[in-house]
Design a protein around this ligand. Structure first.
Ligand SMILES: Cc1cc2nc3c(=O)[nH]c(=O)nc-3n(C[C@H](O)[C@H](O)[C@H](O)COP(=O)(O)O)c2cc1C
Length: 210
């Protein structure tokens, strides 16, 4: 790997990966868009495996990995998930991942446990989402559903709470065109980032946009 150095705002030098490698991640992150229309092309098992494998590398509270992923292939079960979300487009996905917070695994954190489990779960889902992008697949993050209904569909025990439903597949041409169309609309950084104290504006960041 080619090694470069960066200097932080305090003048400290540290090693970083080559610019080319960082560009790859940048391209993946900035080109990802949610997709709600998929072709019938099957997601390959090895693509799915690589996506799922990536979840293991997400940071988690105490390294406890308080999340589970249920992989749903069966058409009937996917349809039930779509009904539970009241979002019919979910039916069009090739495979659907249900990311669940595992409260039992985070139990040692007491009252804070469920919150940590949710954070672990959403990080894992985010890693899977970016890995999908790297595979040429598309996804959408679905958070609007009744967790009890979804838990019932996937047979999750109590303490295992569905948090994110992620349809996965190949995007239709229209979705692909939308992705490469006019830029991703995001807030300006100065609306999101504060300098030292809340409300103090910070500027001069290099935007991620391509
Ligand atoms: C917590 C959360 C919940 C979401 N819930 C839904 C949902 O229920 N249905 C849906 O179609 N999209 C849902 N989305 C996707 C957002 O609408 C989408 O990410 C947002 O509009 C930005 O678009 P982009 O993903 O293309 O950048 C959700 C996203 C997040 C992070």
């Amino acid at each position: 790997m080619e090694e470069n150095f960066i200097t932080d705002s305090k003048g400290r030098r540290s090693r970083t990966s080559s610019r080319a490698e960082r560009m790859d991640l940048k391209a993946i992150v900035s080109s990802r868009r949610c997709c709600r229309e998929f072709t019938s092309q099957a997601v390959l098992n090895e693509q799915l495996d690589r996506m799922l494998d990536m979840t293991r590398y997400a940071p988690t509270a105490g390294g406890l990995q308080s999340f589970d992923v249920v992989v749903v292939h069966r058409e009937q079960r996917i349809a039930s998930l779509a009904d539970a979300c009241k979002q019919p487009f979910v039916k069009g996905a090739n495979v659907v991942l249900v990311f669940c917070a595992n409260n039992d695994r985070a139990a040692k954190y007491g009252e804070k446990g469920p919150n940590y489990a949710v954070q672990d779960t959403t990080l894992a889902a985010c890693y899977a989402m970016l890995a999908a992008e790297d595979e040429g697949l598309s996804t959408v993050w679905v958070g609007a559903f009744d967790p009890k209904e979804v838990a019932n569909i996937i047979g999750a025990p109590s303490g295992v709470i569905p948090e994110v439903i992620m349809p996965v597949g190949f995007p239709t041409e229209a979705e692909e065109a939308r992705k490469t169309g006019p830029g991703h609309r995001t807030k300006d950084l100065d609306e999101l980032v504060h300098d030292e104290q809340y409300g103090e504006r910070i500027l001069h960041h290099e935007p991620l946009a391509h």
